[in-house]
Design a protein around this ligand. Structure first.
Ligand code: 3SL
Length: 247
């Protein structure tokens, strides 16, 4: 198994696909997706375009769907939800499909959608992601941070580091054996420095600051928890993620 970390979708290679690709948008899209599926949501369907989301979800009955739209951190008017994982309660989600479009996270998923296996990872479900990698042993794995509109996001690369760190702890592989590119070493170093204070890291991160300005402090706290959900969002058909319960 070789792991590659890419800080943003834009830095991800084009023209070839890995056996497994993991989209990471800690704040907050992939955290929200894991929460939705852990809470009993039927599936999560991702869109980069809001109008397309509306058109596709229109074919679903109101009882079976929820529409989530986020731009610039805020809820899009007319949508049921924004992108706060704290709004995704089991009572609301039970059996319903979440149709979601966010600024960066859904774009990252679309960028890797042709990989053989497509996963959504965050700190909250890190252990489930790692367990999948250890069980399936994909030859090539890309961990793709969502970033913010093309630029690097501290929290996504830290989460990539958390995934690699845990794989290293559970195998006898060395960093050199596991790492496919230099970014892997950077991600491990970042996570190692902040692993006991991820919330502190989020407070330094530009998107963390953006969310704090929008009074999303509780969201930051929730997203900073590691290994609390044993759920693995995995792509079932293009753009549709379902739960691959680990236990
Ligand atoms: O960029 C995204 O996809 C979102 O996760 C951003 S936000 O956390 O909802 O602001």
């Amino acid at each position: 198994m070789k792991l590659f970390v890419y800080h943003t979708p834009e830095l991800t290679p084009t023209g070839n696909v890995p056996e497994c690709a993991i989209a990471v948008d800690v704040l907050r899209a992939t955290t929200t997706m894991a929460t939705v599926l852990a809470g009993g949501g039927e599936a999560v369907q991702v869109f980069s375009d809001l109008d397309q989301l509306m058109a596709v979800s229109e074919k679903w009955s109101v009882e079976k769907r929820l529409r989530a739209g986020e731009r610039g951190g805020a809820k899009v008017p007319g949508f049921d939800l924004g992108n706060s994982p704290l709004d995704c309660t089991p009572e609301l989600l039970q059996g319903r499909r979440l149709f979601i479009s966010t600024t960066n996270g859904t774009r990252a998923l679309q960028k890797i959608q042709d990989a053989k296996a497509v996963l959504a990872g965050a700190f909250v479900n890190r252990a489930a992601v790692v367990q999948y990698l250890l069980e399936k042993q994909p030859e090539t794995v890309w961990i793709v941070g969502s970033g913010w509109e093309g630029s690097f996001s501290l929290e996504d690369t830290a989460c990539a580091g958390a995934i690699v760190h845990s794989v290293l702890q559970q195998t006898n592989l060395s960093q050199d054996e596991l790492a496919g590119n230099d970014e892997v070493f950077g991600a491990i170093a970042l996570y190692s420095q902040w692993q006991d204070n991820l919330l502190g890291l989020f407070h330094h991160a530009s998107h963390g600051k953006r969310l704090l300005r929008l009074n999303c402090h509780e969201d930051l706290k929730y997203c900073s928890q590691t290994d609390i959900l044993d759920v693995l969002p995995i792509q079932q058909e293009t753009g549709v993620l379902v739960s691959n319960k680990v236990k």
